[in-house]
Design a protein around this ligand. Sequence first.
Ligand code: NI
Ligand code: MN
Length: 246
Amino acid sequence: MPFELPKDLSITWFGHATFLVQLPSGRRLLIDPWISGNPSTPDDKKDTGAVDLMLITHGHGDHIGDAATIAKKTGCTIAAVPEISAYLGKKGVDENKVSPMNKGGTVRFDDLDLTVTMTLAFHTGGINDGNEVLYGGEPGGFVVTLDSGFAFYHAGDTCVFSDMSLIAELYRPSLAFLPIGDRFTMGPREAAKAATLLSTVRAIIPMHYGTFPMLTGTPDALKEELVNAGAITQVIAMQPGQTLRG
Ligand code: NI
Ligand code: MN
């Protein structure tokens, strides 16, 4: 069965790992906000508009770059590990808006009719702050589960790991945002293996590639590796600035 987005749900890719998901209720979820300095984001897409909830996978600048600015501007709630939550507090984000969590935890956001689960990721997590590198806690990923049953997985920055099969077993996402750029994360070969471990996932939206010349993985290479891996998972290659609508 081909993958279909739920009716009235839309996904906008700002390039790299930054996605805005608008729910059927009109509520808006922003993941890994890096926009102002993101070379992939088209000039006419530099403003996210309203945001209700922000999810942050880890403290690297290409995931957290605009977090404080957008949080202050929109008044959104933020879900992140305690270390990043505390860092954003120091940057002037309202403490009451921060919802700290950690891996294995599931938090319900009643006003959005969904739950957020923080998942494992293997990567590093320092925060560059001026001349210093601060401890930003460990990186994670997220599964977002709507009350309607639709669930998607944003892997964050990670290598492939066999416990991705547990993520599928426990949370049953049908859509996954997977990094494919290589060098700092999975490349296409590892992402194809991830697709076989994520047995409930019908479609992959590739991310974290093409932003810089160093990030060499491509959606075409992923498609080829999926064939090699015997996987039938669909690849939805978005353009930066594009919105997919259900
Ligand atoms: Ni990173
Ligand atoms: Mn990154």
